[in-house]
Design a protein around this ligand. Structure first.
Ligand code: INI
Length: 156
């Protein structure tokens, strides 16, 4: 069973119709193999839902800490319906991890509340690289796909 089947309980017809949506994706470059896999997963689900490829706007930021500002810049455009923020923070040996995770989570939520639009938290916060691999197309699915599904549900 693919990860999308797991998310949707094998009912692919339950994806909301995304034909008229315009979506931003902000993808962090830290742990780029992971975030690229998640970003591709998100795009795949948006396209499967009918979102026109020309209505998916992807931009990159250096790290998860920068996700809220970029999401805000995209969300302020009235024609954008929602934004997916994708990142991967892997715990190191300092509290740096906590600061980045907290800032990203709080900032992303704040942008959604400020603009009254869904801004999706597609950020992996893991103990190690293996846990990230497992969630970026591995044994626990692809959290980028789930982020896109969450956005579509919120828009619907
Ligand atoms: N950014 C991440 O997205 N993931 C990480 O694992 C990470 N680590 O480990 O430090 C990380 N740091 C960079 C941070 O997001 C900012 O880009 C940087 O602090 C500049 O503001």
């Amino acid at each position: 069973m693919s990860s999308i089947d797991k998310i949707l309980s094998a009912d692919l017809s339950s994806l909301p119709d995304g034909k008229y949506y315009r979506v931003g994706i902000v993808c962090s470059e830290w742990n780029i193999e992971i975030t690229t896999a998640m970003c591709n997963g998100a795009i795949k689900i948006l396209q499967k839902a009918g979102v026109d490829t020309k209505n998916i706007f992807v931009c990159n930021v250096p790290g998860a800490f920068e996700l809220p500002l970029a999401a805000q810049k995209i969300a302020k455009h009235s024609e954008i319906d929602g934004v997916i923020c994708i990142g991967c923070v892997i715990r190191g040996e300092t509290t740096h991890y906590d600061y980045i995770c907290n800032a990203a989570a709080t900032g992303i939520m704040q942008v959604g509340l400020n603009f009254n639009k869904p801004i999706i938290f597609g950020v992996l916060t893991t103990e190690n690289m293996q846990q990230a691999i497992d969630r970026a197309g591995g044994k626990y699915g692809n959290k980028g796909e789930e982020a896109a599904y969450s956005l579509l549900k919120m828009l619907a």
